[in-house]
Unconditional design. Sequence first.
Length: 190
Amino acid sequence: MTTESNSDELIRCGWAEGSQLYRDYHDQEWGRALHGDDALFERVCLEAFQSGLAWITILRKRPAFRAAFGGFAIEQVAEFGAADVERLMADTGIVRNRAKIEAAVHNARVARDLGESLDTLLWSFAPAPRKRPRQLSDVPAVTAESTALAKELKRRGFKFVGPTTAYALMQATGMVDDHLADCWVNVSTH
């Protein structure tokens, strides 16, 4: 898949043309530098929930996820207990996977107790800027940096953070710019 244009005449990465929700996410969020512990925690959680699913599923459910997880405020989610897990398992607005829900709560506790900013930790693995890929097939699923990030997150106790998930997180939060070379979006990483 390459870049495509639609009725607004903007050239986008081909994956963004499937729906208006994808276009909006691509145009306004994906690949733009994101900072802040709670904002990054949300993305860590959503990337984990996406594992094995289409990203559009997560985008559609994101408002319900935000409501169910208290806006992904680390301090709040870290205090969730067994009753909250059961509440989340009954919430049809989110992905009801017990292992992923429990991982989100666990990861909030780990993030709360890191002893440093989650933002600082995650961004410390951002690679140097590189040329934008020419086509989708040039975009890796895993890099040395995402492998190192996943290894460090696991070492610190995070769950559901493999190298592929870590790379998707890096793409989504602007640690890398994988917009295709002829895509109209111009982002500045870091």
